[in-house]
Design a protein around this ligand. Structure first.
Ligand code: GLU
Length: 508
C-alpha cells in the first residue's frame, strides 16, 4: 500500500466549529496510526465567502490542540502551494480537458437567465429546478451553440463558466469506509459549475484536482459533503481514473443536544456553551463567539471529548491520551448516525483531565489566567499546595480563580448574610481569644489549629460547628472551599489572624 496521506481542507470562512476539529482529529489519528502524512490545505477559492483572519485563526486552533500538519500553508511541503487561491492557474487546464473530452461545457447564461429558467421550470411543474440534462439544451451554452458561436462569444469577452455534463439516467457509486456502498441516481445531480466567471475553480474541481496532485489516499470529511460525492466521483472518473480516488469516509454529524439537527453556532449562543474551538471575532461586526479554550478547557480534554463524539473504542475506557487514541482509533468503529453533543459530558472530560494533570503542568496553565486577574505567583511552593488542595473542585481551568483566589488575595467582601443573623457577643469573644491563642502557637499545622479551636470552643461552651462557618467566611469571604483549618495553615498564621481581625470589625 502506498503511504497514507490524508488532508484537512478548511475554507477560511469564520470560526472553527467543533465538528471541524473532530474532522482534523480523525484524519490526524488515522494518519499517525498508519505512519502517514497529515496535510492541511486551505480551500479559499470562493472569494465571496473569504473572511479576513480566518486562516490564521484555524492554524492557531490547531496549535492549541497540539496538532501539527506534516505539510501545510505554514509548514510548506513537496506539494506546495497549499492555498488553493495560489494554485488558481493549474485548475483551468483540467476543466478545458473535460470540455475537449465532452464531459464539460462552457455556459454563458447570466444569473437572470438562470433565475428565469428556475421560474419557468417551477411553473411547468418540473421535478427539478436545477441546471441539468433536462434543461441544458435550452440554455445558452456550448452544447447548444455551434462551435463558431461559442468561440465568438469567448473571443468577445462574454463571461462564462464551465459546467460538468452529468449524463442522465445513470448511476454512480462508491464505497464509504463508514457507510458502505452508496449509489447516486444521476438524475438528481445537477451540472455543477467547475470554473467560475472569475476564472477561479469551484470547490468541486479544486478538491478533486488537489487530492490527486497531492496524492491523497484517504479523505475524511463531514457528512454534509455526501451530496457532492457524485460530482467528485465523475470528475475522478473523467480526469484521473476512479482507481486513484482516495478512500472516502463521511463522518457523522454532531447534533444538537436534543438530537434535532446539526449543532450550529446559534445553538451554542442559545444554550450557553461554546461551539468553536477558540474565541472568534468576526472582523466585520467585531462580534466575539466564545471558544472552548477561553472557557477553560484543556486541549487534551477537548480532543478526547471530540474523539468520543462519533467513535467508540469498543471498551469501557473513556479517557484517552493522544497516544492512546492513536493506538485505539479505527475507522470501522466510527458510527454512521449523528452524535448528540452534551456539554455536561464535555465538562466531565475536562474535570477528569484536570485531575490527571501533574501539579506543575496544571500550575503552568493556570498562571496566565491568574495573571489576567492581577495575581502574580511569586512562591511556587505555596502555589502548588493550593493547586493540590483545590484541584478536585475545578472543572474548568478558569474555575481555579473562583475556587482559590482567596489564597492570593484577602477577601474584600464577606457573605454577611450567612453569619450575621447568628452572630453574638460570645462568638465575638471566642474569636478574640482564638486570635490570642494562635499568636502563641508555634505549630501552625491544620491538626494543631483544629485542636486549639475545638478546645477553646469547649471551654467557652459553644458548639465548634457553629464557629466553623463564621471562620470560613472570615478566611474565604464565602461559604465554599476545602477544610477551613487547611486553608488557615496554607495562608499562614499572619494572614489567618489578620483576616479574622478584619472580619470581626465587619460582623460587629
Ligand atoms: N473545503 C471543504 C470545507 O470547507 C472541505 C470538504 C472536503 O474535505 O472535501 O469543509
Amino acid at each position: 500500500m502506498s503511504k497514507v496521506r490524508v488532508r484537512f481542507a478548511p475554507s477560511p470562512t469564520g470560526g472553527l466549529h467543533l465538528g471541524g476539529v473532530r474532522t482534523v482529529l480523525y484524519n490526524y489519528l488515522f494518519a499517525k496510526k498508519h505512519g502517514g502524512d497529515f496535510i492541511v490545505r486551505v480551500e479559499d477559492t470562493d472569494q465571496s465567502r473569504f473572511v479576513e483572519g480566518a486562516e490564521e485563526y484555524i492554524f492557531d486552533c490547531l496549535k492549541w490542540c497540539g496538532i501539527e500538519a506534516d505539510e501545510s500553508v505554514v509548514k510548506g511541503g513537496a506539494y506546495a502551494p497549499y492555498r488553493q487561491s495560489e494554485r488558481k492557474d493549474l485548475y483551468k487546464a483540467y476543466a478545458e480537458k473535460l470540455v475537449v473530452d465532452g464531459h464539460a461545457y462552457y455556459a454563458f447564461d447570466t444569473p437572470e437567465e438562470i433565475e428565469g429558467m428556475r421560474v419557468q421550470r417551477k411553473a411547468a411543474g418540473s421535478g427539478s429546478l436545477q441546471y441539468d440534462a433536462g434543461i441544458r439544451m435550452k440554455m445558452n451554452n456550448s452544447l447548444r451553440l455551434l462551435p463558431d458561436e461559442t468561440a465568438a462569444l469567448i473571443a468577445s469577452g462574454k463571461p462564462y463558466v464551465i459546467r460538468i455534463k452529468v449524463e442522465d439516467n445513470s448511476s454512480v457509486a462508491f464505497t464509504d469506509m463508514i457507510r458502505g456502498e452508496i449509489t447516486f441516481d444521476t438524475n438528481n445531480v445537477d451540472d455543477k459549475v467547475l470554473v467560475k466567471a472569475d476564472g477561479m475553480p469551484t470547490y468541486h474541481l479544486a478538491v478533486v484536482v488537489d487530492d490527486f496532485l497531492m496524492k491523497i489516499t484517504h479523505a475524511f470529511r463531514g457528512e454534509e459533503w455526501l451530496p457532492s460525492a457524485p460530482v467528485h466521483i465523475l470528475l475522478w472518473k473523467h480526469l484521473f481514473g476512479i482507481e486513484h480516488m482516495p478512500q472516502w469516509a463521511h463522518l457523522p454529524l454532531i447534533l444538537k443536544p436534543d438530537g434535532n439537527g446539526k449543532l450550529s453556532k446559534r445553538d451554542g449562543d442559545r444554550l450557553g456553551f461554546p461551539v468553536y474551538a477558540m474565541d472568534w471575532t468576526d472582523p466585520k461586526t467585531n462580534e466575539v463567539t466564545k471558544g472552548f479554550k477561553e472557557l477553560g478547557f484543556l486541549p487534551e480534554a477537548f480532543l478526547n471529548m471530540l474523539a468520543m463524539l462519533g467513535w467508540n473504542p469498543g471498551t469501557e475506557q473513556e479517557v484517552f491520551t493522544m497516544e492512546e487514541m492513536m493506538e485505539a482509533f479505527s475507522m470501522d468503529r466510527v458510527h454512521k448516525g449523528g452524535a448528540k453533543f452534551d456539554f455536561e459530558k464535555a465538562k466531565w472530560f475536562n474535570h477528569q483531565w484536570l485531575q490527571k494533570l501533574s501539579v506543575v503542568s496544571y500550575g503552568l496553565r493556570v498562571k496566565a489566567i491568574l495573571e489576567d486577574k492581577g495575581i502574580v505567583i511569586t512562591d511556587d511552593v505555596y502555589f502548588e499546595k493550593v493547586l493540590d488542595l483545590v484541584k478536585e473542585r475545578c472543572t474548568l481551568l478558569t474555575d481555579f480563580y473562583e475556587q482559590a483566589g482567596y489564597f492570593f488575595k484577602a477577601p474584600t467582601t464577606w457573605d454577611e448574610a450567612a453569619v450575621k443573623p447568628k452572630w453574638n457577643e460570645s462568638k465575638n469573644d471566642f474569636f478574640i481569644s482564638f486570635i490570642k491563642k494562635l499568636k502563641e502557637e508555634v505549630d501552625f499545622s491544620a491538626e494543631k489549629i483544629e485542636i486549639v479551636f475545638k478546645e477553646l470552643a469547649t471551654e467557652k461552651n459553644i458548639k465548634p460547628g457553629e464557629l466553623q462557618l463564621p471562620m470560613r467566611v472570615m478566611l474565604v469571604g464565602a461559604k465554599f472551599g476545602p477544610g477551613v483549618f487547611e486553608i488557615a495553615t496554607i495562608i499562614g498564621k499572619h494572614a489567618t489572624i489578620e483576616r479574622i481581625e478584619r472580619a470581626l470589625d465587619i460582623f460587629k
